[in-house]
Design a protein around this ligand. Structure first.
Ligand code: BG6
Length: 505
């Protein structure tokens, strides 16, 4: 890999401390970083290099400290540097440039820079413009890459606008839009499950699949992020990006190869095939909810409106469930149900593929006719793995059928270190591999799908926000999204295989 300098804007912020520096340190320990590299933190706080090292590294609870690794620590910490600037002042970017020239000489990094935007989104347009004012976007003497954190835009117009601003100064090939779900091993494994096996793909279409469900639940509320979250809501925060990226992995056509271009074009095609939800259908196909105060295991928990930073009477959704269709050859008329929420019973993300009934019901399942119970559950997190459910004969007289599960747990595969999402994604941008980053056109296309929902909510106060007690599976009306012949939501628990016997809170 090429030698490089990793420049983080927003370096004194939470993400740098929580995710970025720990991920870079992991890569360093795994000896995956180039021999010559440095990290330059940039933000407004007046910090010295030493104070920055203390803040993001030595006093960082997210970094495991093992005494024997002390020398490793110092080695790493000595490559962390800090440059305070007024981020909105164009002339201050000269300081960044000079600092980079100096570090470049010191570490012989060949002028290769990654600029990582981990700032408030209002600065995403400004920083690239000012970097380019000092020629830091130009690849004459080293490569330059720009990583943009989520959220990529606030709505369709702002996303388009941001994209235009970025591409004014950086080429699409230089831009890496991050969606940390794509860095998750199991989200990538969706592609391997589908395309490295002969047994699933033949069934992976409207002829055999009755419907697809994706659930991404979190058991915590918004905590101290109320101020941010109230401007966002579940549709923008999770659905438009993370969950639709999972949909893409489940539903896209086989790419012609596993390279970035091929995968990205298939995803774009898929997003273009999603049927827009007509405005009169929005109240029926999109259910939004907000968590209410409740008592969970004798503990009183806040409702969303009681959280810090949330205005009284807020109508921001902390839960959303969407039913939609993909109008293409493979998926015509197969419903997709995607839901996500805060303050649900547990933290879990999974995909459930429900297969159609056998054409003729011969047997009984205990007291019912055995019908539709073939499901493939792909667990994204936690207890990552696969579970295939199907009917087996109950031993004894007659032909009674029972549902059984066959499971695989990812943890059985390896004792080796499984990289965290950010580790994988940072390593990829260092290598110049954009496969797991989102393309501008795809992001815009997803906003196009989501925008009418946002508009309807904004303009029509009769569209309900359903309350649900914190610690429950969201508004009960969300189960009405499913048709009478379809299985209902699978409410999973932490453990992949025992959800029918218990669900912990
Ligand atoms: C973030 C959202 O992008 O993803 C958060 O802003 C959410 O609200 C988080 O909690 C979930 O990520 P993960 O990896 O914990 O499932």
């Amino acid at each position: 890999m090429d030698q490089l300098i990793f420049v983080v804007f927003g370096a004194s912020g939470d993400l740098t401390k929580r995710k970025l520096i720990p991920a870079i340190f992991e890569l360093f320990k795994e000896e995956l970083l180039p021999e010559r590299f440095a990290v330059l933190g940039v933000s407004r706080s007046e910090l010295s290099d030493e104070a920055f090292r203390e803040h993001v590294f030595y006093a960082n609870d997210h970094i495991e400290t093992v005494e024997e690794e002390r020398s490793n620590f110092r080695n790493f910490a000595n490559r962390l540097f800090y440059q305070p600037i007024q981020t909105k002042e164009k002339t201050d970017y000269e300081k960044v440039k000079n600092r980079l020239i100096q570090l470049d000489e010191q570490f012989e990094t060949g002028g290769n820079y990654i600029f990582y935007l981990s700032t408030p989104p209002s600065l995403y347009g400004v920083i690239p413009e000012y970097l380019s004012a000092y020629g830091l976007n130009k690849e004459n003497g080293g490569w330059r890459r720009l990583v943009v954190e989520k959220p990529f835009g606030y709505d369709y117009e702002s996303a388009k606008d941001l994209n235009e601003k970025l591409t004014l100064h950086f080429d699409e090939e230089q831009i890496y839009r991050i969606d940390h779900y794509l860095g998750k091993e199991t989200v990538q494994n969706l592609l391997v499950t589908r395309f490295a096996n002969g047994i699933f793909e033949p069934l992976w279409n409207r002829n055999y699949i009755q419907h697809v469900q994706i659930t991404s639940a979190e058991n915590i509320g918004v905590g101290s992020r109320g101020g941010y979250y109230d401007q966002s809501g579940a549709l923008r925060d999770m659905f438009q990006n993370h969950l639709m990226q999972i949909v893409a992995h489940v539903a896209m056509e086989p790419p012609i190869s596993s390279d970035a271009q091929a995968i990205r074009s298939e995803k774009l095609k898929l997003f273009q095939s999603i049927r827009p939800i007509p405005s009169h259908e929005i109240p029926k196909q999109v259910i939004r909810g907000q968590y209410l105060a409740s008592t969970i295991q004798d503990e009183q928990v806040n409702g969303y409106r009681d959280e810090e930073g949330v205005p009284n009477g807020s109508r921001t959704e902390t839960y959303v469930a969407v039913k939609f269709f993909i109008d293409n050859w493979r998926w015509a008329d197969v419903p997709f149900y995607v839901r996500t929420g805060k303050a649900l019973p547990t933290k879990v993300t999974e995909v459930v593929i429900t297969f159609k009934h056998p054409p003729h019901a011969l047997f009984r399942q205990r007291d019912h006719v055995f019908g539709n119970n073939n499901q493939l559950i792909i667990r994204i997190q936690p207890d990552e793995g696969l579970l295939l459910k199907f009917g087996m004969k109950v031993p004894g007289a007659g032909f009674n059928v029972k549902n059984v599960g066959m499971d695989f747990h990812y943890s059985d595969l390896t004792d080796a270190h499984v990289p965290a999402a950010y580790e994988r994604l940072l390593l990829d941008v260092m290598k110049g591999d954009a496969t797991l980053y989102t393309h501008g056109d795809s992001v815009i296309q997803l906003w196009k799908f989501v925008q009418p929902i946002l508009d309807a909510w904004e303009s029509d106060p009769t569209i309900k926000v359903y309350g649900y007690p914190a610690g429950t599976w969201g508004p009960t009306i969300a189960s009405k999204l499913m048709g009478p012949d379809e299985a209902t939501w699978r409410n999973p628990c932490q453990n992949l295989t025992t959800s029918s016997t218990y669900s912990e809170l």
